[in-house]
Design a protein around this ligand. Sequence first.
Ligand SMILES: C[S@@+](CC[C@H](N)C(=O)[O-])C[C@H]1O[C@@H](n2cnc3c(N)ncnc32)[C@H](O)[C@@H]1O
Length: 301
Amino acid sequence: MTLPPRTPLTPRAPLTPRAATPAPPRPARPAAPARPTVGTASLKADDFTALCELVRSLCGVDLLQYKRNQMERRVRTWTERRGTPDLAEYGKILRKDSEELDAFLDRVTINVSHLWRHEDQFDVLRKQILPQLAERKRLKIWSAGSSYGAEAYTIAAVARETIPNIPVEIVGTDLDKRMVARAREGYFTAEDARTSPKALLTKHFEPRPEGGWQAKPELKRMVRFENGDLLRMAVPSARYDVVFCRNTVIYFTEEVRDALHERLVKALSPGGYLVVGTSERVSDPKGLGLTSPFHFIYQKS
Ligand SMILES: C[S@@+](CC[C@H](N)C(=O)[O-])C[C@H]1O[C@@H](n2cnc3c(N)ncnc32)[C@H](O)[C@@H]1O
């Protein structure tokens, strides 16, 4: 199977304001890598952790889940560009200024997505997975790390094409409340539709007068979006027939990634499928009771 190269990061559309709500309690996290204990590096490292804790308390987004080097570089480059390289000082600004918090999150979190992203995987969904699962009469699919919904709406369109008479419910979950709000709108830019098969796009989405595409009501009825932290929320056992978790774990530490995969497999019913991103893998598929019948797609025994 040939898959397209990874999509470069693109700027996002303007976001709706986000309420600063207190974050839920945190479960135990895998041990953090050892940090230097002397000199400026240790001070900086402490500053960084403190800023991450503050951001989590302000909006629930946990930057400590990401690979530290990449995230710290991203944060420090941003704060330097904003003229406040001292992270403690920058934290004071974030506390007071919700617009600055939005701008900061836009820069440091990674919500990139688009319709029909990695189209080959949707071909496998259409040709192999959905026809096979259709005997279950009713399907539940989870888009774990759904961002602004492009993946969930693509799944909905593919399901309508493939198994129009089977009820399919698609649940999207994302940590970022702003993305969940956008996903509920079902609006996509022309850039979001750049790799979409034209015939399917025009059949399931309506062009908007101002540009971009709006998911048709039939698709909107199939999808539901919720705010949640995949690593902390209660995961129902054996609820889903297919779980998509693509491009959500790539920036996570290996421990966090493995813990998340384990939870997602728990949420799958026997015979169900886990679809991961095309640069990702489950580190111990056998240990989790998975086989891999297709590239980047696992099946639970
Ligand atoms: C790069 S987007 C991927 C969107 C979509 N799955 C795709 O492949 O196009 C990753 C999303 O995962 C979300 N995310 C990251 N950590 C999360 C967590 N612990 N719980 C829920 N969502 C998370 C981010 O907010 C972001 O919207």
